[in-house]
Design a binder for this molecule. Structure first.
Ligand code: TRP
Ligand code: MN
Length: 450
């Protein structure tokens, strides 16, 4: 029997993947501090995102959700935020231009700090320490002090999210994202490459289109549709005390929203129907994502849809599938059919990253660009076969010129991985690989190339 929902009703459900905080009082003090801080996003913005995602679920728009695997307290600068935004804008332009539909832009940003772990501890030699759970909980360094969960990190995560959000708003509304600047987003190391030159051609065409509009008498300079973008924020809602502290009642509608980000998702490891994560998120008004791995059966997926979106609101629920390149088509098709037959208006997004991770010869955790493209190709084929809309992609990337994923047009090799392997957690696509991917996705979905 389902009990009444409150922002703390999750506490009566089993909560997977929570850190063992050594001091309960410190934890409560930190959570209380955050509960007194202003919300990071407004409920009205979450509703706008839900409306935009409703258009995706209807097949009229495309979702681009992208950013770090895990944000870091150490790598936190205007530079890294700008570079990430820049590559997301470039990808969005390519997708919008070639698909001819609006692209809904959602960053794994401004709050993506927490990581679920397969094992609660990590052993090196004969020392066992708590596993790294992301900078919102503990630090990577392998010593007892760094690995002990520290509640003041929750507060620091709030502050870093607030500054990141502030800069994202400044960049997206203050001129940086103006379509008149399409050329300026092409970073040097990208511009000199094949995908960079391909991007330049799209940018030239957009320039010409803007000229044409101006010649027709349209004021392109002061039109906010051309000069600004909405980039929404999202993260995995993992650490429940933090999420509860930012769950606030909207004064306009009286509804509860998790104001730590516009969109929250439930990860593959916390996808327990009767678990605490479902309980918290079922009660908030934000658009919600749920990761769907290869072991999920149709009946379970329908139960997930029913629990998170009983009212069948378009855009409320995004199913982020991560099947692995080799089985995506056969695994996905029965799920697409079942959800469609049940009348659930979900957004289907493809996470081509998490089902395709492996260890390279020199022991680095990596992913191959070809596997990533091949999972998206299978995803698109499955949707074509079932008559559903391949609504979006969910990818881990950075604007920087890192060497974490193999392949791509510039062929990062096994032996290159050590050059710039900087991720906090999973391997990310670099700027060139990301742009290359946008062109591939555009081809796969619109069947033509630009
Ligand atoms: N506002 C529109 C949009 O978000 C057009 C736009 C302006 C745009 N700047 C952009 C699109 C940068 C992609 C990237 O779609
Ligand atoms: Mn990851």
């Amino acid at each position: 029997m389902t009990q009444a929902w409150t922002p703390s009703s999750w506490q009566f459900h089993p909560a997977a993947q929570q850190p063992e905080w050594p001091d309960e009082d410190e934890l409560h003090a930190a959570v209380k501090t955050i509960a007194g801080f202003p919300p990071l996003v407004f409920a009205g913005e979450a509703r706008s995102l839900q409306a935009a995602l409703g258009q995706v679920s209807a097949g009229n728009a495309f979702l681009l959700q992208a950013g770090d695997c895990a944000e870091s307290f150490d790598d936190f600068s205007a530079n890294s935020i700008r570079e990430k935004l820049r590559v997301i804008l470039q990808m969005a332009v390519v997708l919008t231009y070639s698909m001819g539909v609006p692209v809904v832009k959602v960053g794994r940003m401004a709050g993506q700090f927490a990581k679920p772990r397969t094992s609660p501890t990590e052993r090196i030699g004969d020392v066992d320490l708590p596993a790294l759970r992301g900078h919102i909980v503990n630090d990577l360094r392998f010593d007892a002090a760094a690995r002990t969960p520290a509640p003041e990190r929750l507060v620091q995560a709030y502050h870093q999210s607030a500054s990141t959000m502030n800069l994202v708003r400044a960049f997206t509304k203050g001129g940086f994202a103006d379509l008149a600047r399409v050329h300026a987003w092409n970073q040097e190391f990208v511009a000199s490459s094949p995908e960079g030159r391909r991007y330049e051609r799209v940018a030239n065409e957009i320039d010409r289109a803007l000229h044409f509009m101006r010649a027709c008498g349209i004021d392109t300079e002061s039109n906010p549709a051309l000069g600004q973008v909405d980039v929404y924020t999202s993260h995995e809602a993992l650490i429940l005390g933090y999420e509860e502290a930012l769950t606030r009642q909207d004064t306009l509608t009286g509804r509860w929203y998790d104001c730590s980000a516009h969109m929250l998702w439930i990860g593959e490891r916390t996808r327990q129907l009767d678990g605490a994560h479902f309980e918290l998120l079922r009660g908030v008004g934000n658009p919600i994502g749920c990761k769907v791995g290869p072991t999920v059966e149709a009946t379970e997926l329908l139960a997930i849809c029913e629990r998170l979106n009983p009212a069948r609101l378009p855009g409320r629920l995004t199913l982020i599938t991560r099947m692995g390149a080799s089985h995506v088509e056969e695994r996905l098709r029965p799920l697409l059919r079942a959800v469609t037959d049940a009348g659930h208006p979900v957004v289907w997004a493809c996470d081509p990253m998490h089902g395709n991770t492996f260890s390279s010869a020199n022991g680095r955790k990596t992913r191959d660009f070809d596997d990533i493209v091949s999972e998206i190709a299978g995803f698109v084929r499955a949707h074509r076969a079932e008559g559903t809309w391949p609504g979006g992609i969910h990818v881990e990337l950075t604007g920087e010129n890192v060497t974490e994923c193999l392949g791509g047009a510039d062929k990062v090799l096994d032996s290159d991985l050590d050059d710039r392997y900087e991720t906090m957690c999973d391997p990310r696509l670099n700027g060139r690989q990301s742009l290359d991917l946008a062109f591939r996705v555009a081809e796969l979905i619109s069947g033509s190339s630009v």
